[in-house]
Write a protein that binds this ligand. Structure first.
Ligand code: THU
Length: 146
């Protein structure tokens, strides 16, 4: 089972880089319907960063969130142990919060890794995946006897 490191294991420089990366990724957001740009950057256990943006579709339900784009990019290139993910939007006064679907996708790869919710000025709050999705269902639950 993939399981990231405990919360708050990142040094300030790595956090700053990850937050910046999430805001850079936001620049590629394809959001002609919502006009709500989101970026995300996920940091792997090997120190690699994969970034992503929201990618909407004229068939609305097919749109993908930034967090899932970043995670899917990482997993599809062989990385599935994560330390942290940062999420960025253009909302100035509130820290962007990931949607429920993205929380579940994060949880697939462990509950003990960090989610940095950011503002455009670079400030952030950090939660663990466990905090954001308590009492969750994950890969381990499929292994339990019926
Ligand atoms: N969005 C994300 O990319 N991540 C989130 O956590 C919240 C919402 C996107 C989906 C859609 O393209 C737009 O923001 C408006 O909901």
């Amino acid at each position: 089972m993939a399981q990231g490191s405990p919360a708050s294991a990142l040094d300030p420089k790595s956090i700053q880089e990850l937050v910046l990366c999430s805001h850079e990724a936001k620049k590629f957001a394809y959001c002609p319907y919502s006009h709500f740009r989101v970026g995300a950057a996920v940091l792997t256990s090997e120190g690699k960063i994969f970034s992503g943006c929201n990618v909407e579709n004229s068939s609305y339900p097919l749109g993908n969130c930034a967090e899932r784009t970043a995670i899917q990019k990482a997993v599809s290139e062989g990385h599935k142990v994560f330390k942290a993910i940062a999420v960025a939007s253009d909302v100035q006064d509130e820290f962007i919060a990931p949607c429920g679907a993205c929380r579940q996708v994060m949880r697939e790869f462990g509950t003990k890794w960090d989610v940095y919710l950011t503002k455009p000025d670079g400030t952030y709050v950090v939660h663990t995946v466990q905090d954001l999705l308590p009492v969750s269902f994950g890969p381990e639950d499929l292994q339990k006897p019926k």
